[in-house]
Ligand binder design. Structure first.
Ligand code: LLP
Length: 414
């Protein structure tokens, strides 16, 4: 059951009426549920029970320190793509030995810092990166554990902007090239070949593409074994979808049962890198209606959140459920929910049947993943604060950005 439910005619986050948070902190504001984050992580951890492996939460989905800390306390691993994410994981109490480092453009200083921190594995995405890592590890007198991110050329059947496992995508090493690159890696003195990984896309709602990719990776693992290269771990990336509207993605236990069946009695450690399916439905964005504007063609609800606060609708045509915090029972009309930013793509939802009045609070659902992390200051708008609800209590886990701080970062010419 969602932690965001109606009680006594208004929306609650766990045991807290969200209107109380709006009163205290203002709007727009992101609100997360600790219980939901924990439940989503534990669903994965339990599905993995009895086999060696790690659930490495993809920090990019939501990298708030409190979010990372809640997961770190449960023993989560983390998937990172920058040294910034690494430092956040460490600051949140995460264990670097349970971190995998993904990403197509890792800088030498990032590789060096990750090596020093002792990350579990580098998910290498190209031959130049392999050479760079060998050089960095040699200079540090260390051995770096690696996996090659293989691009299996599988269609994830998701939005093209979040599809990553096709030939034309920039990610990974083409599966036909992989054996040769593994041989090269195995000959590098400061690298230790450990795994194979892939990530074919995000917001997948069926498991068939994952299993297609898995089969291709297992074939590769067998061919490598014939060449004397032993693969000890398999990392299938993230990608399991969530319900935004009426999608029915499989639960982690269904997905993992299918994977485990395919793996049989192979001696492989299994790593997953879920982001959205842990954080996505653990958060909402709360916004207030500033004005209702009626034109000849349309009715607009202009709210105090905008595309800079939540860019998924503008960028991917993402659909987020939008509901009044205190439904007024009036007659619903068709509204476009838009922000104050000077762009026609600045909308949060289109053609929603709602009964609204100026000053109403609206909850934008499924906003726990890829929302706060993708905010910007466009139109000189301060980023919203983040609040974590924990039962009957709530905590501000990131302050609202101030104009003062924004201005202080810039300077005039001398
Ligand atoms: N591992 C790697 C290597 C990834 O690139 C990603 C996501 C994940 C794991 C986590 O995937 P997830 O379980 O969250 O699907 N901003 C887009 C989503 C971009 C996903 C990028 N990579 C959106 O808002 O839909």
């Amino acid at each position: 059951m969602s932690p965001f439910t109606d009680k006594n005619g208004e929306l609650y986050a766990e045991g807290v009426p969200v209107s109380a948070i709006a009163e205290a902190v203002g709007t727009p504001v992101y609100i997360y549920s600790r219980a939901e984050l924990e439940a989503r992580y534990l669903a994965y951890a339990q599905a993995l029970e009895g086999m060696p492996g790690m659930i490495c939460y993809a920090v990019k989905a939501n990298g708030n320190l409190a979010v990372l800390n809640v997961l770190a306390r449960l023993g989560a691993g983390f998937d990172i793509v920058s040294v910034g994410e690494l430092e956040k994981v460490i600051a949140a109490g995460g264990d670097p030995a349970r971190v995998v480092f993904s990403g197509v453009g890792k800088r030498a200083d990032e590789l060096a810092r990750a090596l020093e921190a002792g990350v579990y594995c580098f998910n290498v995405e190209s031959e130049p990166e392999l050479e760079r890592l060998q050089a960095v590890a040699a200079a540090a007198g260390k051995v770096a554990r690696i996996s090659l991110r293989v691009n299996p050329d599988v269609d994830a059947q998701t939005h093209p902007y979040i599809s990553t496992g096709l030939k034309e995508n920039k990610f990974g090493i083409a599966i036909e090239r992989a054996e040769a690159v593994y041989e090269k890696a195995a000959a590098m003195p400061n690298l230790e070949v450990s795994g194979v990984d892939c990530h074919i896309g995000s917001q997948l709602t069926t498991i068939a593409p994952f299993l297609d990719a898995l089969d291709l990776l297992l074939g590769l693992i067998d061919r490598l074994a014939e060449k004397g290269i032993t693969i000890r771990h398999l990392d299938l990336g993230g990608g399991l979808g969530i319900t935004y509207q009426d999608e029915e993605p499989p639960a982690p236990d269904v997905y993992l049962a299918a994977v485990r069946e395919r793996l049989g009695d192979r001696n492989l450690e299994l790593i997953l890198e879920p982001g959205r399916s842990i954080a996505g439905n653990a958060g909402i964005l709360l916004t207030r209606v500033e004005m209702l504007k009626h034109t000849e063609h349309k009715q607009f609800a202009i709210v105090d959140a905008a595309m800079n606060d939540l860019i998924r609708p503008s960028l991917y045509g993402g659909w987020h459920d939008i509901q009044p915090v205190k439904p007024n029972g009036g007659e619903a009309q068709c509204y476009d929910i838009v922000g104050p930013v000077c762009e026609s793509t600045d909308f949060l939802g289109k053609e929603r049947m709602l009964s609204l009045a100026e000053g109403d609070l609206l909850a934008i659902h499924s906003a726990g993943a890829y929302c706060m992390g993708m905010t910007s200051n466009y139109n000189v708008r301060c980023r919203p604060p983040e609040v974590m609800v924990d039962g009957e209590a709530y905590h501000v886990v990131r302050q609202r950005e101030t104009l003062e701080a924004l201005l202080a970062a810039e300077s005039l010419l001398p």
